[in-house]
Design a protein around this ligand. Structure first.
Ligand SMILES: NC(=O)c1ccc[n+]([C@@H]2O[C@H](COP(=O)([O-])OP(=O)(O)OC[C@H]3O[C@@H](n4cnc5c(N)ncnc54)[C@H](O)[C@@H]3O)[C@@H](O)[C@H]2O)c1
Ligand SMILES: [Zn+2]
Length: 379
């Protein structure tokens, strides 16, 4: 935690701020009622505020619009299709046109309201319009809070793949209002928890203990346990991205930002093979079990820790096994992953809790053996 704010004592009522030490440092704020406090983040120099929101989050977007208006800014509500349907060049272009026709200038701002897909699209629009407008993210999914809205990566999809076009654009602030999670379907909450579990394994054992002690509380948006999990997962991401702002290649034993890719090489392959019919977090949960098995087979991880992966993930309702008979497709998909280099597969593995490492070019036999164990769901 060297370059981020040290962990403040847990305060159940007031918001908690987690600093990201980017080129322009910013705070990720976690708390309740924050939708009513967006204007506090905006500098006085801002005049107009485009609220780019998922069209399923209209009530929240209107609350944001009303609040910024009361504070003297001029809001413009810009609905976009919910979910991945927002992450297209056509939707981005429609947003650029809207901002252009409304005469937005460099001193205006964007506020995003929605899940990770919406914050990715709105962040990309903010990054590109006039070469960069100020953006504040208000993520309304757990995945958006602990992952997508933090770290400055923005992007859209093309016909050839997800997130193929994008830009790094740090927000001015991220407001994680836990009240917005009250309406989130439980499968979406669980999907976000996969990234929380990931943060536990690669960096923060306290996350695992919280999840193991009271799994139902971890899945209850009203509980202080979920709040602490959100804060801790964000602190992990803030720490990693602060130390490795431009996703530089890992060198030596410092895994850097790549640690956040734990479970993702296989996770992305599963998403492709399933034609995006599984949630990202579900695919990553399966991917973490696979890579834990791989770590063990490579002689780097003790067997009980593989079982711990299965127990923690299953405890919050995430899948821990996968269909047999899909190995050739999965291997092909992993080779296409943008994190691989040519035919050389590269995995973030685990040596111990909070000790990630890199495994380069494991043998095909080892990989297939890990897949077989994943499918048989042995502990
Ligand atoms: N930029 C990054 O670093 C980064 C990191 C991880 C993921 N991502 C991106 O994030 C996206 C996934 O994020 P996501 O899982 O939040 O997806 P999402 O934005 O598609 O939201 C998931 C679903 O939840 C619904 N929803 C959102 N908020 C809700 C609420 N408060 N109540 C009820 N329903 C609500 C949405 O309508 C949607 O159906 C992907 O596009 C992924 O590429 C980006
Ligand atoms: Zn992820």
């Amino acid at each position: 935690m060297s370059r981020t704010t040290p962990a403040a004592p847990l305060n159940q009522t007031g918001p908690r701020r987690i600093r990201v030490a980017a080129d322009s440092p910013y705070d990720v704020v976690v708390g309740r009622g924050l939708v009513e406090r967006v204007a506090e983040c905006l500098p006085e120099s801002v005049c107009r505020v485009a609220v780019i929101y998922s069209d399923h989050q209209e009530a929240t977007a209107r609350q944001v619009g009303a609040q910024v208006e009361e504070s003297g800014f001029r809001p413009l509500l810009v609905p976009v299709p919910t979910g991945e349907a927002a992450k297209t060049v056509a939707v981005a272009a429609a947003c650029w046109e809207r901002l252009g026709s409304e005469g937005f200038t460099r001193s205006d701002a964007v506020v995003s309201v929605g899940g990770g897909a919406t914050t990715d699209l709105a962040g990309f629009v903010a990054a590109t319009f006039l070469r960069g407008l100020t953006v504040v993210h208000v993520p309304t999914t757990l995945l958006g809070m602990v992952d997508a809205a933090v770290g400055g990566k923005t992007g859209i999809n093309t016909d050839h793949g997800k997130n193929l076009v994008g830009a790094f654009h740090e927000p001015l602030a991220v407001l994680c209002d836990l009240d917005t999670l009250a309406t989130l379907p439980s499968a979406e909450l669980a999907s976000g928890l996969a990234e929380v579990v990931k943060c536990g394994f690669v960096a923060d054992p306290a996350i695992l203990r919280l999840l193991e002690t009271d799994p139902p509380a971890a899945t209850d948006p009203a509980s202080p346990v979920l709040r602490e999990l959100v804060e801790r997962a964000i602190a992990v991401k803030a720490e990693v991205v602060s130390a490795d702002l431009r996703e530089a290649t890992s060198t030596g034993s410092a895994v850097g930002r790549e640690a956040l890719n734990y479970g993702h090489t296989m996770g992305h392959a599963i998403e492709r093979v399933e034609q995006y019919g599984v949630r990202h977090g579900e695919a990553v949960a399966i991917g973490m079990v696979f890579v834990a098995e791989l770590s063990r087979l490579a002689g780097r991880l003790e067997a009980p820790l593989v079982g711990r992966h299965r127990d923690v993930l299953a405890g919050v309702g995430l899948p821990t096994t996968y269909r047999a008979g899909r190995w050739p497709e999965l291997l092909r998909a992993m080779r296409m992953d943008k994190k691989s280099r040519g035919d050389r597969l590269r995995f973030v593995i685990l040596e111990e809790v909070a000790r990630p490492a890199i495994l380069e070019a494991p043998s095909p036999d080892l990989l297939e053996a890990a897949y077989q164990r994943l499918c048989s769901d042995r502990g």
